[in-house]
Design a binder for this molecule. Structure first.
Ligand SMILES: C[S@@+](CC[C@H](N)C(=O)[O-])C[C@H]1O[C@@H](n2cnc3c(N)ncnc32)[C@H](O)[C@@H]1O
Length: 422
């Protein structure tokens, strides 16, 4: 019987490669911490090195053009990844667990259990050789046309070396960045992040601060999101709207910066709304949480807002380090539809922006169509502000916004701009 952690990894990979799904947020929920850590590492290896692992498997099949059913192919991939890169896993566990996954009619393809067994036993004879062989295969094997487009967007016109350097960087799982929400003592092992005032990171040997996070005294928030919300603006907004709020990281940061403001947080997805409510409650954030589609809600009329955040739904291309599955499913993303939706959200939000108010638009994406291109259709009384330190600014023609250099910044890929109503 295969362990639950390996079953979850296999199921998740079948969702990605079989159905084009993103990795669900709760895919590892309920696993014991050490099992979850193992499963996350294994899933990451398979997603980041899927192409080179298939290039090892394919020529060893009787009919490489026909390939093999996804269930047995994935069980085999899982075993290979463990043999190559997970030294703590014994040969026996890597081989036998994959064979039993292949033999499970719900997940694998039982007639292939013998083939999976034979190929993994062969690989297990020289694990170091397997690792070296896989490591030296070209990085391009793990890329898709979507990944190439993403690199073009992140580093327009860059030399091949810079593209490769960025790709290598994107293959490293991100380390969590934290933010303290109260003034209480910090858990052991959290220290100041060198890249940004107020951000915290965890010392390598330190335990993950679960209890501190659960008690609402701190949160995990990417470096880019933290830097984004530290934008320069000297007004004290009385009314703030977070138009796309769940799971609430930015609502929390807004409340922390302007505790006296009246904050509205909108979310259209009922499940995500529950998470938003729970997070804000645990962090003692005072906000009016509204289940609503932002455009209809905004069109319903009411008092204007001094500050509006539109953290718009997007491709998430800037989050590839955290979501390596995007490489394999990104081509299914309809960028045009997303860009039209973002533009409509932006325009409706602008209708409710008070004179002298500021609208902050953000996407965790490098594609210009989702970011700076929206600046092309703005009325003249709205000027994007250079509201961040020079090193975090990106200038496109005569427009300016938040867009850190992906090679010199450890946060997610973002495009954002702050529009000040004159
Ligand atoms: C990028 S996420 C927001 C992340 C959030 N601001 C944070 O920092 O934690 C976008 C969220 O907006 C919601 N959303 C997307 N379109 C929306 C719309 N038209 N109206 C309201 N919510 C929307 C999505 O369900 C999703 O939860």
């Amino acid at each position: 019987m295969p362990t639950e952690s390996r079953r979850r990894v296999l199921r998740t990979l079948l969702g990605v490669f079989g159905r084009g799904h993103r990795v669900p947020e709760d895919w590892d929920l309920g696993l014991a911490p050490e099992d979850a850590a193992f499963a996350q590492a294994l899933l990451g290896l398979c997603l980041r090195r899927w192409g080179r692992l298939q290039s090892w498997i394919r020529p060893r099949l009787k009919d490489p053009d026909r390939g093999m059913p996804l269930g047995s192919q994935t069980a085999l991939t899982l075993g290979l990844a463990q043999l190559a890169w997970m030294e703590g896993v014994s040969d026996h566990a890597a081989v036998h667990e994959s064979v039993s996954l292949a033999a499970d009619p719900e997940l694998g393809f039982p007639p292939h259990r013998g083939l999976v067994n034979a190929l993994l036993r062969q690989a297990a004879k020289d694990r170091r050789g397997l690792r070296e062989d896989l490591d030296q295969r070209p990085a391009a094997l793990d890329r898709t046309p979507f990944a190439e487009r993403l690199l073009d967007a992140a580093l327009p016109g860059a030399a091949p070396d810079a593209r490769e350097a960025l790709w290598a960087r994107l293959q490293v799982p991100p380390s969590p960045v934290f933010r303290a929400l109260g003034t209480g003592p910090l858990p052991e092992g959290l220290e100041t992040h060198p890249a940004l005032e107020g951000a915290l990171r965890l010392r390598e040997d330190a335990a993950f601060p679960r209890a501190w996070l659960a008690s609402g005294q701190g949160m995990v928030q990417d470096l880019s999101s933290q830097a984004l919300l530290a934008f320069r603006w000297d007004r004290e907004p009385k009314r703030i709207l977070d138009a796309c709020a769940a799971p609430g990281g930015k609502t929390t940061a807004l409340a922390q910066r302007w505790p006296q403001a009246e904050i509205f947080a909108l979310e259209r997805d009922p499940r995500r709304l529950q998470r938003l409510k729970q997070n804000l409650e645990a962090r003692k954030v005072k906000a009016q949480v509204v289940e609503a589609e932002a455009m209809s809600w905004l069109a319903g009329g009411g008092k204007p807002f001094d500050l509006i955040l539109v953290d718009a739904p997007c491709s998430g291309s800037g989050t590839l380090r955290k979501h390596p599955e995007l490489t394999w499913i990104g081509d299914r993303i309809d960028l045009r539809r997303l860009a039209a939706q973002q533009d409509a959200l932006l325009q409706s939000a602008l209708q409710r922006l008070a004179p002298g108010g500021c609208l902050l638009y953000a996407v965790c994406s490098w594609f210009p169509a989702e970011g700076f291109r929206h600046l092309e259709h703005l009325p003249p009384d709205l000027q994007p502000q250079a509201a961040w330190p020079e090193a975090l600014l990106r200038r496109v023609d005569n427009r300016v916004g938040f867009g850190p250099d992906p090679l010199g910044w450890d946060g997610e890929g973002f495009q954002a701009f702050a529009l000040q109503r004159g």
